[in-house]
Design a protein around this ligand. Structure first.
Ligand SMILES: [Fe+2]
Ligand SMILES: [Fe+2]
Length: 331
């Protein structure tokens, strides 16, 4: 019957049956999958609409010409219903995926926030630990707090100048103040000896680097501090202690600290010596470039001096010290 063929041709067949694997929600939907699904849903809906229109028109024509096509029409109607269901399911899948994606993102944000709070807490605890350690170390060593403050500020200025990221600058700074914590274990008579040390006494002194590293435990927070404690007496040419490391075998943080520490020791008054001028101190540092110190860091340090940064740090630390004293005497 020719009418049958006509009707078949008039109806565009749209295959909307789900393909293998597409019928369920993918495990980890990405933006692409969403977009694809959305397109597919819109396309199916469009097709269903236009096909319905065409079919209605076609049917009207066919109906006019032939009256016996009801069965065919019913088939088409079934197909249309199927397509509609398909489109609805696509839309539902899509909504479900969007929903679970949003929930996942919220969960992730909550986790990140908790992580941030925890690490801030850890950082504060660590910093508190540092100040206790330092209190003990400074009492024992008679190092002044201002020495440590200046070393810290010099170290931060150098690290910044070397272009290190802000968090590393901070880490190098707070870690530098612990360079001599190991001296808690050094006997007083050796620490405060004013005569030239014997070999035995010197080997006891060397121990403060090893003790310092040990005291700082295993926490990630003190990783840089451990390296600094262990290596701040190493020399660029390998003639330092306790391990005789050389060049870049010595951590960058320790190479920076050794310059800041020596410069501040030279330019400060100690029980056994007067304070050197900044010029004399700088000359000594410059003379040590390539021997005792990393020449690149020395160059940066000299540049900082030229820009007046070292002088500014030194007078700011002195001013804050004065403030502390006048504050406590006023009470
Ligand atoms: Fe030291
Ligand atoms: Fe020091």
């Amino acid at each position: 019957m020719s009418g049958d063929d006509d009707t078949k041709d008039m109806v565009e067949t749209v295959d909307v049956s789900p393909r293998e694997g597409e019928s369920s929600i993918p495990q980890a939907p990405g933006a692409d999958v969403f977009r694809q699904l959305l397109h597919q849903a819109v396309r199916v809906a469009d097709m269903a609409n236009s096909q319905a229109m065409r079919m209605a028109l076609d049917f009207a024509k066919v109906y006019e010409r032939e009256q016996g096509v009801r069965k065919e029409f019913e088939n088409q109607l079934k197909q249309m219903t199927l397509m509609e269901k398909q489109a609805t399911r696509y839309a539902e899948d899509l909504a479900g995926m969007l929903r679970s994606e949003r929930e996942r993102r919220q969960e992730l944000e909550r986790a990140l926030e908790q992580e941030r709070i925890a690490s801030e807490e850890l950082r504060r605890t660590g910093l508190q630990g540092i100040s206790h350690l330092l209190l003990a170390a400074t009492i024992k060593d008679r190092t002044t707090g201002t020495h440590l403050q200046r070393v810290r500020r010099y170290v931060e200025a150098i690290a910044e100048r070397l272009g290190l990221p802000e968090d590393l600058v901070e880490e190098f700074g707070y870690s530098s103040v612990m360079h001599d914590v190991g001296k808690i274990h050094t006997p007083d008579h050796i620490l405060q000896s004013e005569h030239v040390l014997s070999d035995d006494e010197f080997s006891v002194i060397k121990q403060h680097c090893i003790d310092g590293e040990k005291m700082l435990g295993t926490a990630r927070f003190f990783e840089t501090a451990r390296a600094i404690a262990r290596e701040h007496h190493e020399r660029w040419d390998g003639k330092g202690y306790p391990d005789g490391k050389k060049g870049e075998e010595i951590s960058l943080a320790a190479r920076i600290v050794s310059i800041a520490d020596v410069f501040d020791a030279l330019t400060s008054k100690r029980p056994y010596k007067e304070a050197w001028s900044a010029e004399a101190g700088l000359k000594a540092i410059e003379a040590g470039a390539g021997e005792r110190f990393d020449p690149e860091i020395v160059a940066g340090f000299i540049a900082l001096a030229g820009e007046g940064v070292l002088e500014r740090i030194s007078s700011e630390v002195a001013a804050s010290e004065d403030e502390d004293h006048s504050g406590s005497s006023a009470k």
